[in-house]
Design a protein around this ligand. Structure first.
Ligand code: CUA
Length: 225
């Protein structure tokens, strides 16, 4: 999870989030190179004494500074598209979790098993234990097995919500009347925090998501209870 002064991306807990971080760094590097070059050129214009009163056109330079930026943009566009399609790939999920957004809590259904469904509410600040995280902890966590392909189905009962877990690189809108799908693979155990990220009403900030990632035998033990 994010802690104090952590303004960048969180550490990844899934292969897709790792790829997203790589792409972010790659795009940022290109951005820095462009900014430095343009900044340098603009700064140097102040000291330019060369003036040509009869200069009306320059076909060659126009050609270069049109095509060159287009080529540079391709270096962002192709990795971006690769990632876009990679995020949509479904690799034979071993478990499916359905999450339904409500005003203002999430409810979950483990459709592979009988009668496993529960609501997940934020723990209010005055009921929080000393080691709890304010506005982030919930009463019923989602328990999921690590090192397995997980499919998540997202929908909503009233207005649009968004099921978002930064460390896993997951962000899916829950829309009434629609069933959205994505998938992820958690590659380490731990607690992963997320929040709703569609402005869904007065208590939008107070419907967090907590995933408890556990080894698969722990998960089987939990699901059979
Ligand atoms: Cu649900 Cu914002």
């Amino acid at each position: 999870m994010s802690t104090w002064a952590n303004l960048g991306l969180q550490d990844s807990a899934s292969p897709l989030m790792e790829q997203l971080i790589f792409f972010h760094d790659h795009a940022l590097l290109i951005l820095v190179m462009i900014t430095v070059l343009v900044g340098y050129l603009m700064f140097m214009l102040f000291f330019n004494n060369y003036v040509n009163r009869f200069l009306l056109h320059g076909q060659m330079i126009e050609m270069i500074w049109t095509i060159l930026p287009a080529i540079i943009l391709l270096f962002i566009a192709f990795p971006s598209l690769r990632l876009l399609y990679l995020l949509d790939e479904i690799n034979e999920p071993s478990i499916t979790l359905k999450s339904i957004g409500h005003q203002w809590y999430w409810s979950y259904e483990y459709s592979d098993f009988n009668d496993i469904e529960f609501d997940s509410y934020m723990i209010p600040t005055n009921e929080l234990s000393t080691d709890g995280f304010r506005l982030l902890d919930v009463d019923n966590r989602i328990v999921l097995p690590m090192n397995s392909q997980i499919r998540i189905l997202v929908t909503a009962a009233d207005v649009i919500h968004s099921w978002t877990i930064p460390a896993l690189g997951v962000k899916v809108d829950g829309t009434p009347g629609r069933l959205n799908q994505t998938n992820f693979f958690i590659n380490r155990p731990g607690l992963f925090y997320g929040q709703c990220s569609e402005i869904c009403g007065a208590n939008h900030s107070f419907m967090p998501i907590v995933i408890e990632s556990v080894p698969i035998n722990y998960f089987i033990k939990w699901i059979t209870n």
